[in-house]
Design a protein. Sequence first.
Length: 418
Amino acid sequence: MEIDKNQLLRFTTAGSVDDGKSTLIGRLLFDSKSIFEDQIEAIENSSKKKGLEGLDLAMFTDGLKDEREQGITIDVAYRYFTTPKRKFIIADTPGHIQYTRNMVTGASTANAALILIDARHGVIEQTKRHTFIASLLQIPHIVVCVNKMDLVDYSEEVFEKIVHQFEGFSSKLYVKDIQFLPISALNGDNVVERSTNMDWYQGAPLLHALETMHIGSDVNKIDARFPVQTVLRPQREGFIDYRGYAGRVASGIFRAGDNVVVLPSGFSSKIKTIDTMDGELEQAFAPMSISITLEDDIDISRGDMIVKENNQPRAVQEFDAMLCWFHNATASPRAKYTIMHASNEQKAIIKEVVYKIDINTFARDEEDKELKMNDIVRIRLRTTRPLMIDEYRDNRVTGSFVLVDDATHETVAAGMIV
């Protein structure tokens, strides 16, 4: 199977504090020669100041001063690197429970999640929590990296025991594809190069797994959804009568000549042209940014959605969603928020908190209805006007939203429609 060299893979790391997430990313970047010499020099100097013999690989991702001083990851650190086979964006997310919201943010657009487990400790509460969030966010691929194998004498028995532990609880969650890898991020075993210390492991190293991961089918190619971001009226020579509807294809495929419907108005038309900066296209698919022109002159504005006649999202004012609360302050009962869904903005209220999830045990708590920071809950929302929605598991773009506090303009929550 040939991999598109321009294909971008986004992956996130998750694990408990000191499981070696930042060290693993540092090792990936260092061994795949994705770090500039001056960066290496700076890290060498910092490592010497700390009294370390070698490079402190974790420093390659810890961008905040507090992170470097405390040796922990607080914020989501994004790193970009490329190999001859693929481009990558890494979201290095914190392991602490109080940063659950940061993990949700970093993982929301990921194709894959690397979940790190310390070989000495096995599956712990944090492992379950992070796997639950990855499952909630419908991340298609999970790679379980059993790290620090050097500290358990590269034991196959220890690795197999952890695989068994993990499979025991993950079978209850919705996860499509799980791989297991025994690694030592510190020594580089099975990260970029195959380990000579673990001949019993026949699989490929981590970088190879990431380079060859099939992500083409992760995007929904069936449900055609085009949220309109803006209307283009150039009003210049050659484009005097041009009226294009610009945005990014959320899912599905659009072709010139397709019969389409504009929601929420329900007016139908036919696609005349699909335009890009580089010229006209016969077809467009997610996640391309395009401009669509229609055969008919229809009143369309930002927030409307162009869809196929025979495949439409639900237009609703009330729906259920799983919500992760981001804000320090608790949610006020029936407080008004601005909901931002695709390119649409409406006013909304949280009508009801149905239940809260204990992310350590996955149990539902129907008694405690107060929304506190990092809580994950099922809620019922009501909006002032209909939104064109899909379920999050079918479409991560039209199935997700954020809530913004009207008074402070802060993002207070992210939601996934169920």
